[in-house]
Unconditional design. Structure first.
Length: 114
């Protein structure tokens, strides 16, 4: 998947709409279009990385920022208890091949996940 055709790169570039909750020079956070809980936000790097397996040493800092930003949004939205999910590969449930961290909260969660 090239960045030109990537759905989340298009959101980063503002070519398709999203309800953005946060943006800085490295990350963007926006509401999931099909929320699975009262809080369902996606935090992504602006840099196109296909998924967790594509994270290189040079990307470690932005992944930490994704987690910090996700926590700040969850607290701000009133859901300080939440689950983070990063799917890696289709078998794990990844459908968009641009690294993203789900922030899901506002309801009880089951373990193990399905
Ligand atoms: P995953 O299955 O982990 O790859 O998650 C992809 C997520 O992206 C799903 O939860 C989708 O609902 C969400 N999604 C797909 N298209 C959009 C969009 N245009 N805006 C916001 N979220 C989207």
């Amino acid at each position: 998947m090239m960045p030109e055709n990537c759905l989340f790169c298009k959101i980063v570039r503002g070519e398709i709409p999203a309800v953005k909750l946060y943006e800085d020079d490295e990350v963007v956070a926006f509401r999931d279009i099909a929320p699975q809980a009262p809080l369902h936000v996606l935090v992504i790097p602006k840099k196109h990385l296909e998924g967790p397996a594509a994270v290189a040493v040079e990307d470690e800092q932005v992944v930490g920022r994704m987690m910090r930003v996700g926590n700040e949004i969850a607290v701000r939205e009133g859901f300080p208890q939440y689950r983070t999910v990063c799917n890696n590969g289709a078998q794990a449930g990844q459908t968009v091949f641009h690294l993203h961290m789900h922030i899901i909260g506002g309801r009880s969660m089951n373990w193990p996940p399905g």
